[in-house]
Design a protein around this ligand. Sequence first.
Ligand code: GDP
Ligand code: MG
Length: 437
Amino acid sequence: NLSDKLDKAFHILKGHGKITEVNVADTLKEVRRALLDADVNFKIAKDFTTKVKEKAIGQDVLTTLQPGQLLVKLVKDELTELMGGDVAGVNLSGNPTVILMSGLQGSGKTTFSGKLANFLKTKKNKKPLLVACDIYRPAAINQLHVVGDQIGVEVYSEPENKNPVEIAQNAIKHAKANGFNVVIVDTAGRLAVDQEMMDEIARVHKAIQPQETLFVVDSMTGQDAVNTAKAFNDILNFDGVILTKLDGDTRGGAALSIKSIVNKPIKFVGTGEKMEAIDVFYPERMAERILGMGDVVSLVERAQEQFDEEEARKLQKKIAKNEFGFDDFLTQIQQVKKMGNMKDLVGMIPGASKAMKDVEIEDDAFKHIEAIIYSMTPRERSKPAIIDVKRKARIAKGSGTKVEQVNQLMKQFDQMSKMMKMMQGPGGKNLMKMMGG
Ligand code: GDP
Ligand code: MG
C-alpha cells in the first residue's frame, strides 16, 4: 500500500546528512507514484516532482530529523503552494451577490447550493435565495425545494417556464424586491460535457453576470475531472472550484490536477450528503491527504515548533563564544522531551519504526543524563573542564550512576560541543540527532 511505499522511499534517505541527487531521485520516484495513486494527472505529477527535486538538491538538513523528513516537508509545502497556498474566500460583493453553479449532472450542484446557502445564512448572516434553473427534470426543482425547506431558505422556481435565462433574471428581480442579499443559481448538468449544456450555461452566465461562478466537481471522478474542469473553464472562466464527495475514499488528487490546469482556487469541499457537510478548502490539509501521511507531516512540524528560532539563535551565539554548557544541554533535552514520548516519536518516522524495532527505547531515555547534570554544580555545568576525577566519582554517586556513565556523557558532550562549533547552521537543532547517534 501507499504507506509502505513511502516507507520504502524514505528509508532510502536514512542516514544521509545531505539530500543528494541520487537519493532524492529515488525518493521522488515513490512520491510520484503516490501522486499517481491519488489520481493526479501524469504530467502534473512529473512536473511536480521535478520542481521539488530542484528545490531539494543541495539543501542542508535543517532539522534534527532524518533528511527524509525534510523532503516530506518540501513535498508537502510545494503541494500546498500548488493548490493555492492560502484559503480562498467567496466574493460577497454585489447587491445581491449572484452565485452561479456549474458542473456535470450528479457532481453535487444542488446539494452544494443548499450547503452554501445554509453556510452563508448561519455563518455569514446572509439572506440567501436559491434558484431552480434545472428545467429538464421535474424532480430537480423538487429536490431544491426539499433542500430549501430543510435549511429554511426560500427557493425561487418557475415550473412552467422552460427558459433558464429568464428564470434566473426573474429570480434576481425577486431577490432585489424582497431583501435577499445572495442569489444562488442552481443549473442543469449532463452526464458528460456537451455543446447544448455549455451553450445554455454560457447564456445564463452572460445574462446574470455573477460575482462568483463556481464549478462543482465530484472528487471521485479522478482524471476525468481535469477535462471537465477545462471545458467549463474555457466557456465560463469560473472563479472557483467546489470539490464534492471527499467523504469517500478518494485521495483527492483531482484537486491538484484541476488547480494546475485551470489555475483557479478550490474554495469549498463537500464531505457528505447532509447540509452541514461543507468545509472551507484548506490547501495544506489536502496536501496531507494526497500524500496520505498526516502523521509524518505533523511530526516534522512539531519538531520545528519546539526548536524555537529564538532559542536556536541564542544557542548559536553561545556555541560561537564557546559558552555552551551542560545547562544548555539540559534545556535542549527538555525541548526534545516536550515533543512527546520517544517511542511514539520514533514510531511516526517512516523507516525508523522498522529499522529501530530491535532497539530498546526507554520511555525516559534521558533520565540518567539529566540526573548526572543535576548532580553537577552550576560552575561545573558551565565549565565542564573543571570537573576532575574526584568530582566525577562524587557526581556518579549523587546521580545514582557509574563513573563510566559520567565519563561517557562528558566525552559525548565534548565531541558535541566541538561539532556544533564546526557547524554553521543553528546548532541546537542537530542535538537530538547526535544524542541518538
Ligand atoms: P447535481 O446533479 O449536480 O445537482 O448533484 P446532486 O446535488 O443531486 O448530488 C448527486 C448525488 O451526490 C446525491 O445523491 C447527493 O446526495 C450526493 N452528494 C452530493 N454531495 C455529496 C458529498 O459531498 N458527499 C456525498 N457522500 N454525497 C454527496
Ligand atoms: Mg441538481
